[in-house]
Write a new protein. Structure first.
Length: 294
């Protein structure tokens, strides 16, 4: 069934499917499925679409999530398994792992590292029953939790980071569980950089950011703003005031343009640290109006 609401929202803005997909941060093929086949996107993509269109998921024609089993199965059904099949036990373990990991993601944004780590430890019980992609997801986010200054398990974080790198597949889209979770190279590098920053490894973080930069559109899209925030924080750690100012200004301005409170808050937090580090620098003080939160 075609999603007429989504089609109309796009056409009202004069966007092609390719343009809409680029702004959201998904492939044109994936976006086309939402419109032409009525496929419901994964939660992260649905949220990105709502930010880009500045409309709710329901206004965009995505059916409201229902907790009944039939709807849950539909929402979790992969679009394509690339010819691979998984048994029911593996799928059950995968869904438990995904559910626990999703809760840790909420704790991450709420800045609750202790609860985040506890949920990861529960998810570890199922690591042997899921695919390499899901295992790498578990370990890379676990590494970020362990490296967080509140937890400060640095050696454990380094070990988890090493395991995550070893497990992450070269072609994640070929993994049988890829359709369940948004684990691509950008996601992996994003959490790798967060871990490296916690471990006080800003040079390594900058190298990884440079590598992933080529895969992110240069236009104002959510992932570009997220990348700018990471660059601003990394430049701050490196003591590069000029670069930090450039990145945080672009991140803050772009986040406001997208209407993304999350990314704007990240930019504000980085700016606050910059102001503490360089309180008398004219260039830093000149950004105060952009990040004034009344």
């Amino acid at each position: 069934m075609r999603n007429q609401r989504l089609i109309e929202a796009r056409e009202q803005r004069g966007w092609t499917q390719e343009k809409a997909a680029e702004k959201i941060g998904v492939s044109r093929v994936s976006y086309a499925r939402w419109e032409e086949q009525g496929i419901i996107p994964r939660l992260w993509a649905m949220n990105q679409a709502s930010e880009v269109f500045k409309m709710s998921a329901e206004q965009l024609g995505f059916r409201k999530y229902s907790p009944n089993p039939s709807t849950s199965r539909h929402l979790l059904q992969p679009v394509s398994t690339h010819g691979a099949e998984t048994n029911h036990a593996d799928t059950g373990a995968a869904l438990i792992n995904i559910g626990l990991s999703a809760l840790t993601h909420i704790c991450f944004h709420l800045k609750q590292p202790i609860q985040q780590l506890q949920l990861h430890q529960k998810a570890l019980q199922f690591r042997s029953d899921v695919s390499p992609l899901l295992q790498s997801w578990l370990y890379i986010v676990l590494a970020e939790s362990q490296a967080n200054p509140v937890i400060s398990q640095q050696e454990a974080a380094k070990q988890s980071l090493s395991v995550a790198r070893d497990l992450f597949p070269e072609h994640p889209e070929d993994d049988p569980h890829f359709a369940y979770v948004p684990i691509d190279h950008f996601f992996f590098v994003n959490h790798e950089v967060l871990t490296q920053l916690h471990l006080n490894q800003p040079k390594q973080a900058l190298e990884r950011l440079d590598q992933v930069d080529k895969s992110v559109p240069t236009t104002v899209v959510p992932r570009r703003v997220e990348l700018l925030n990471r660059r601003a924080t990394t430049s701050l750690k490196l003591g590069d005031m000029d670069q930090a100012c450039t990145c945080v200004e672009m991140a803050g301005t772009s986040a406001l343009q997208l209407g993304s409170h999350l990314r704007y808050s990240e930019a504000c937090e980085t700016y606050q640290h910059m102001h503490l580090k360089w309180p008398h620098e004219r260039k830093v003080k000149g950004l105060a109006e952009l990040f004034r939160q009344d």
